[in-house]
Design a protein around this ligand. Sequence first.
Ligand SMILES: NC(=O)c1ccc[n+]([C@@H]2O[C@H](COP(=O)([O-])OP(=O)(O)OC[C@H]3O[C@@H](n4cnc5c(N)ncnc54)[C@H](O)[C@@H]3O)[C@@H](O)[C@H]2O)c1
Ligand SMILES: O=C(O)[C@H](O)[C@H](O)COP(=O)(O)O
Length: 367
Amino acid sequence: MKLLADENMPFVQELFGDRAEVVTCPGRDLRPEQLRDIDVLLVRSITRVDAALLAQAERLSFVGTATIGCDHIDTDLLARRGIAFASAPGCNKVAVGDYVLAALLRVAEHKGWALQDKTLGVVGVGNTGAEVAARARALGMRVLLCDPPKALQKTTDFVDLQQALACDIVSFHVPLTRDGDHPTWHLLNRHAIDRLNGDQVLINACRGDVWDNQALLARQQGKAPLTLVMDVWEHEPEVLAPLVPHVLLATPHIAGYSLEGKARGTFALYRAWCEQQQLGMQLTPEQLLPPSSIGTIHLHEAPDQALAARLVRLVYDIEQDDAAFRQALGQPGFFDRLRKQYPQRRELGSVQLTGLTGSGEALGFKV
Ligand SMILES: NC(=O)c1ccc[n+]([C@@H]2O[C@H](COP(=O)([O-])OP(=O)(O)OC[C@H]3O[C@@H](n4cnc5c(N)ncnc54)[C@H](O)[C@@H]3O)[C@@H](O)[C@H]2O)c1
Ligand SMILES: O=C(O)[C@H](O)[C@H](O)COP(=O)(O)O
């Protein structure tokens, strides 16, 4: 049994190594001939799995993507060819929650805002959107939810996109889709961008193509620029460089890059593959993770916005990611290099709060 995995996927050897010969490679450059003798293919979002890539993959019986998004996989093709497929829904939703929480706190500092007076619109209320909504409520924000596919099921109160786009801060958490009843490609188009006011903040931690980046650049070069947080970019790994100076926080598609999130991603594929092979699992995700270097923090006051900002920064400093991005921008291959060499990042939940913990748990810490 031969397994080929993206080199940026941790714990593959630990999980699969006893049962398969594991080889790794850069996911962006995978070529059809490399799949000739491969039984199991494990990828991340940068590998397009389509007819061209699988042209010589005659032995392939399992494809897994250790990601939430699946827009890079031709799942119909896999089904037609009888190749089992697994993704990792929700694997890095906590990391995305940490990222957006850190972004909200930084935005508030930048604008001098008390977040409890502000409204957040969450566009796409699945795993990551719900995580973000919960963190924002813990900060005392009013949260409006926009999810037309879910609104059809009427499980809770939803607003339409126009109402969500009227909020002080709008955070996007939709899959990238180009057809169907609710396509998300350029959901934030020139028309929507033109209707926003200059005091508003937009966050994109889902897929770059959900925002029209050229239209945003035009807006940012005008009289009333928006405050932008961008983890994802149209045409990655390329970035519309003139847009970057107009972005408050710019990062290279790392919102989901916690160690825990990546471990859960690989583990989800391990579980699916064990089920397909009718094998028992030999490890749990917890066994893969080292202890957090911070450990426990004792609080003498319940976290308000300022203390929450200090606590979050101790565990995840989003400004460091932003600074690294700006420093590397323009260097050849900078986007993928930053992602490949991304420092080990732990989730807020790896830190235990004791004492006056207040909303600590809802913010994402362990209490
Ligand atoms: N930046 C990162 O590192 C990172 C990490 C994880 C996920 N993502 C991206 O974020 C996306 C969302 O992740 P998730 O785990 O929340 O997915 P999910 O499938 O759990 O939720 C997506 C939600 O979006 C809703 N939706 C679909 N079309 C919509 C539309 N037109 N308008 C509003 N809502 C719509 C769906 O009904 C669903 O509830 C993923 O598909 C992935 O592409 C990015
Ligand atoms: O969809 C996701 O889960 C994330 O966008 C994804 O994990 C980002 O990391 P990549 O797969 O590109 O390494």
